[in-house]
Ligand binder design. Structure first.
Ligand SMILES: Cc1ncc(COP(=O)(O)O)c(C=O)c1O
Length: 426
C-alpha cells in the first residue's frame, strides 16, 4: 500500500501552521482608545499623521501618505508622476490586477514585459525592447518580497527618461542594497490588505523622497485640497496655487477621498512593533527552505540575488518540475501535499494579459489607448516565462506559514520529499 496520506497513509503532520493575522490585547486597546476618543477621522485626528511619519521613517523615505489601499496608492502614484492619456507604462504580467489597472485608470496603456524565470520579477533584459516613444514609466513589482534588479531598471529609466513607480505591496520592509523597497524610484506603493505582512484589514501607503510628489499625493488623496508650507509656499508645479491654497473648500487637483481612518492607523502602529521580529523569522525560514527543498529532485527554489539584502517573504515560492514527479501535474502534487498536512497554492492561474478585462479591452471610459494604440490587442501578447509559471510551475506558501518553527519547516520539506518519492502513485 502507498504511504501517501492521499491514499490512506499517515500524514507528515496534522497540526495547522500559524494563521494570519496575529493580534494582541495591546492592538485591541490601541483601537479602543481611538474609538473612545470620538475622533475617528484623520482630518481632525493625529494618529494617521503619526503613522505616516513613523512608517515613512521605518521604510527609509522622507515622506509618506497613508491611503485606503494599495490599488489607490498605485493609481495616485501614476497620476502624481504625470501619466496622461495614451502614455505607455511597462508592467510585469505576474502580479495582482491593480498593477496594470492603475495604468488603465490613468487613461494610459499597460505594456506587459515578461518575468525572469529565476525570480518571477520583471526581467530587465526585456524592458528596452518594449520601450516606444510613448513609454513614460515602469512599475517594477518586488514580487513575494524580493527586490527587482533595480540597478538595471534605474539605468534603463535614466537612459529613456522614464519614471519608476515601485509596486512594493509585497516588498515593503524588504531591502535592495540596504535601501527600503519602495524608496528607490519616484514613489513606492504599499498595501495593508488582509493578507499582507502588516494589515488593518485594508489600507495603503505611498512613500517618496520628493517634497513636490508628496504634496501632490497629499492633495490627490484629500479631494484635491492643498496645504501650503508654514511660510505659505508650495513646492514645484504646485507653486502657481500658492495664494489660493489652504482653504478647505478650494479644490485644485482631480483628487478624491482616499484617506485612512484613525482606527486603522492605531492598529498598524501597534503591530509595527513586532514586524521586525516576524520579518526576521520569515527570512530565516525562507533561506532554510531554499537550502533544504533544493535537495528534493524536481523542486527548484527561486534564485536569491545578492542585491536583495532583505527579503520579506510575503510569499514563499518554489518551482515544480512535473518531469521529476512522474509527469504528474502540479495540482496532483498540491493535493497530495495537502493530504500530508501542508497547504500550498498554485498562485496565479494565468498571466494578467489573459484576463477577459484585457482581451476584451473592457476599459470603460478609459480610452487613451483608442487614440494612441488603435491596434492594441492583448491576445497577441506572449510572455513565455510567466505562462510557464502559471501553467504548472509555480508553488506558493503563505507568509504566515513561514512564521512557523524550524520543525514546521522540516515538515514542509519532509512532505514535499515524500510526495516526490512516491510520485508514481500520485
Ligand atoms: C502586487 C500587488 N500590487 C497591488 C496590490 C493592491 O493592494 P490592495 O489590495 O491593498 O488594493 C496587491 C494586493 O493584493 C498586490 O499583491
Amino acid at each position: 500500500m502507498s504511504k501517501l496520506a492521499l491514499h490512506g497513509g499517515k500524514p507528515v503532520r496534522t497540526k495547522p501552521f500559524p494563521g494570519w493575522p496575529f493580534f494582541s490585547e495591546a492592538d485591541a486597546q490601541a483601537v479602543a482608545r481611538v474609538v473612545l476618543s470620538g475622533v475617528w477621522g484623520c482630518t481632525t485626528g493625529k494618529i494617521v499623521g503619526q503613522f505616516e511619519e513613523t512608517f515613512a521613517e521605518f521604510q527609509g523615505a522622507r515622506y509618506g501618505v497613508a491611503l485606503t489601499n494599495g490599488t489607490t496608492a498605485l493609481r495616485l502614484a501614476l497620476l502624481a508622476v504625470g501619466i496622461e492619456e495614451g502614455d505607455e507604462v511597462i508592467v510585469p504580467p505576474y502580479t495582482f490586477l491593480a498593477t496594470a489597472t492603475a495604468v488603465i485608470e490613468c487613461n494610459a496603456v499597460p505594456v506587459f514585459v515578461d518575468i525572469d524565470p529565476e525570480t518571477y520579477n520583471l526581467d530587465p533584459r526585456l524592458i528596452e525592447a518594449a520601450i516606444t516613444p510613448r513609454t513614460r514609466a515602469i512599475i517594477p513589482v518586488h514580487f513575494a518580497g524580493q527586490a527587482c534588479d533595480m540597478s538595471r531598471i534605474l539605468a534603463i529609466a535614466k537612459k529613456h527618461k522614464l519614471k519608476i513607480v515601485e509596486d512594493a505591496c509585497h516588498g515593503w520592509n524588504g531591502r535592495w542594497k540596504n535601501k527600503g523597497l519602495g524608496c528607490i524610484g519616484e514613489l513606492g506603493a504599499i498595501s495593508f490588505q488582509a493578507s499582507k505582512n502588516l494589515t488593518a484589514g485594508e489600507g495603503g501607503f505611498l512613500t517618496t523622497d520628493s517634497e513636490e510628489l508628496y504634496a501632490i499625493v497629499k492633495s490627490l488623496h484629500n479631494c484635491g485640497r492643498l496645504k501650503p508650507r508654514p511660510d505659505g509656499t508650495l513646492p514645484g508645479r504646485l507653486a502657481v496655487h500658492e495664494k489660493a491654497a489652504g482653504n478647505w473648500y478650494a479644490h485644485f487637483l482631480i483628487g478624491g477621498n482616499h484617506r485612512m481612518t484613525e482606527m486603522q492607523a492605531a492598529l498598524l502602529l501597534s503591530q509595527l512593533k513586532r514586524v521586525k521580529k516576524q520579518t526576521d523569522r520569515r527570512e530565516v525560514n525562507a533561506f532554510y527552505l531554499d537550502r533544504e527543498l533544493a535537495k528534493v529532485p524536481g523542486i527548484r527554489p527561486m534564485r536569491r540575488d545578492s542585491f536583495a539584502t532583505r527579503v520579506t517573504a510575503h510569499l514563499y515560492m518554489f518551482r515544480y518540475d512535473a518531469a521529476r514527479f512522474d509527469g504528474k501535474p502540479r495540482q496532483r502534487f498540491l493535493t497530495a501535499l495537502k493530504a500530508e498536512g501542508v497547504n500550498a497554492s498554485p498562485g496565479y492561474p494565468m498571466p494578467l494579459y489573459k484576463q477577459p478585462l484585457f482581451l476584451e479591452k473592457n476599459f470603460g471610459p478609459y480610452t487613451g489607448w483608442k487614440h494612441s494604440r488603435p491596434d492594441l490587442d492583448y491576445g497577441r501578447v506572449s510572455c513565455p516565462a510567466c505562462e510557464k509559471a502559471c501553467a504548472g510551475e509555480a508553488v506558493w506558501l503563505s507568509q504566515s506559514t513561514l512564521l512557523g518553527s524550524r520543525r514546521d519547516m522540516d515538515d514542509i520539506v519532509k512532505a514535499v520529499a515524500k510526495v516526490q518519492q512516491y510520485a508514481t502513485e500520485l
